[in-house]
Each structure stands twice: as structure tokens, then as C-alpha cells.
Design a binder for this molecule. Structure first.
Ligand code: NDP
Length: 241
């Protein structure tokens, strides 16, 4: 039996909820009794008890429509999980403008686009919890990830700043910084590099999406984390700098 985190009937929007970490978050929130809406871009298997919306987080106008559709269908949004993200890795001299822009627009501007239509309403209602998904790369950097690390480091500053603004409205803003988690995102990493990374992780394994999902649920929950805002929760098997 899963203990109650007080998320029953709370409306939560998860971006990029069709696969990987986002799908694990959606599934856990459904199990915890939340009313879950999630975005996907291309393919998705519709999950029972969820509202799935096709949307690209880089499109501000589309994300405004998403916010309205979720509130019209499920009710006032209590939680946002800004999870959608992407990599376009390359060593800096080879990094194209297109690869730079795509990663910044998705991982950073996409969070702005997701939150902007919802945050003022949370302030009015004086309740809400936002969880962004940063990365270990944003804190310690990573070879071939200047674009990705910059976007994820920026999310930490964004979180700490918005948390300070939002606190007076009883809205909390936190970030989860996963280490290396077993999803499609690890596919482009060569086996030799994966072995090197594994040798640096004290728990000697990559993380599972569900292990990130539980930390997101913890930060969404006003029962479990009511005195936590502006924080970065690292979920990385001890893989610190
Ligand atoms: P996946 O590649 O498995 O999934 C990425 C998700 O983001 C998909 O749902 C994808 O949708 C969505 N997405 C990407 N670009 C956009 C966009 N422009 N608009 C809307 N949705 C988009 O990655 P993970 O599950 O591993 O990653 C989830 C989050 O966790 C990301 O922010 C990632 O940076 C972060 N993270 C992941 C780590 C890992 O090791 N896996 C480590 C640290 C952080 P679609 O299916 O349509 O492409």
C-alpha cells in the first residue's frame, strides 16, 4: 500500500510524459490518485486516467492552449513537472547553431513557455508546486554537452529565483537533478563511455526512471515537502563532482 502524499485529485501537468522519466512520473502520479495531464509530441500509448495532449514545449502559443485545455478539462492546475528535454551532443567546435538553439529552446525556453500561462493563476489561488528537471550535467558539466549543461545549469538559477518570488504566494518551486538514468537518452552514449561513467557512480549502476519519479512526487507533495523550496534534489547514486 502506497502511503498518501496528499496528491489525490490534485491536477498535475507533466511535459514529455509519453516516455522515459516523464512516463514514470505520470504512472506514479496516477497511482497516487492525481488527475494527470501530460504532453507528447509524436507517439504515445494513452494511459488510463490521464489527459494526453500533443504539444511542443518550444511553441509558446501552443503551451497557452495546453494550460487552458487542462484547466477546462480537469480543473485548476496544482502541480507542474517541467520534464521535457533533449540532447544534441557534440564537442564545442563542432556544435552547430541549430544544435545549440534546439537544446536551449526545448530545455530552457520550453520551461518558461510551460510555466508562464499557469504561474499567475497559482499565485491567485495561493497554492501550487513546480518541479523542474535539471541534470547532473548542469552541475558538473559533461564532455560534448556545452549546450545541454548550459540549459540545465540555467534551470537551477531559474528555480532558485522563481522560488524566491513565488514563496509569498505559497507556491513552491524546486528542481530534481538526475544523474544517469536508464532511458532512451542514454542510447547515444558509446558503451566504453558508459563503463567509465559507471565506474564513477558509488552505487555502481544507472538510475531507474521510477527512482526519479518518487523524488518528483515528494517535491510536489505539500505533506512531504511543505518547507522545501528553491532546492535541487540530486538523484544520482552518489555521483557527485
Ligand atoms: P527521453 O529522451 O526518454 O524523453 C524525453 C521526453 O521529452 C519525451 O517525452 C519527448 O517527447 C519530450 N520532449 C523532447 N523535446 C520536446 C519538445 N520540444 N516538446 C515537447 N516534448 C519534448 O528522456 P528522459 O526521460 O531521460 O529525460 C526526461 C528529462 O530528464 C529531460 O529533461 C532530461 O534532460 C532529464 N534528464 C535525463 C537524464 C537521463 O539520464 N535520462 C539525466 C538527467 C536529466 P517525444 O517522445 O515526442 O520526443
Amino acid at each position: 500500500m502506497i502511503p498518501s502524499l496528499g496528491l489525490e485529485n490534485k491536477v498535475v501537468l507533466v511535459t514529455g510524459g509519453n516516455r522515459g522519466i516523464g512516463a514514470a512520473i505520470v504512472n506514479l502520479l496516477v497511482d497516487l490518485g492525481s488527475k494527470v495531464a501530460y504532453t507528447y509530441r509524436s507517439q504515445h500509448d494513452s494511459q488510463l486516467g490521464t489527459l494526453a495532449i500533443c504539444a511542443d514545449v518550444t511553441d509558446k502559443a501552443v503551451m497557452e492552449v495546453v494550460a487552458k485545455q487542462v484547466e477546462d478539462t480537469l480543473g485548476p492546475i496544482y502541480g507542474i513537472v517541467a520534464n521535457a528535454g533533449m540532447t544534441r551532443d557534440n564537442f564545442f567546435p563542432k556544435l552547430t547553431t541549430a544544435d545549440w538553439d534546439a537544446v536551449i529552446e526545448t530545455n530552457l525556453t520550453g520551461v518558461y513557455n510551460t510555466l508562464m500561462p499557469i504561474i499567475p493563476k497559482m499565485y491567485e489561488r495561493r497554492t501550487g508546486s513546480v518541479v523542474c528537471i535539471s541534470s547532473i550535467s548542469g552541475e558538473r558539466g559533461n564532455l560534448g554537452q556545452t549546450n545541454y549543461a548550459a540549459s540545465k545549469a540555467a534551470l537551477i538559477g531559474f528555480t532558485k529565483s522563481l522560488a524566491q518570488e513565488a514563496a509569498r504566494y505559497e507556491v513552491r518551486v524546486n528542481t530534481v537533478a538526475p544523474g544517469f538514468i536508464e532511458t532512451d537518452m542514454l542510447n547515444p552514449i558509446p558503451d566504453k563511455v558508459k563503463q567509465r561513467i559507471l565506474s564513477e557512480i558509488p552505487l555502481s549502476r544507472f538510475g531507474k526512471p521510477q527512482e526519479v519519479a518518487w523524488c518528483v512526487a515528494f517535491l510536489l507533495s505539500a505533506i512531504a515537502s511543505s518547507y522545501i523550496t528553491g532546492s535541487v534534489l540530486r538523484v544520482n547514486g552518489g555521483h557527485y563532482t
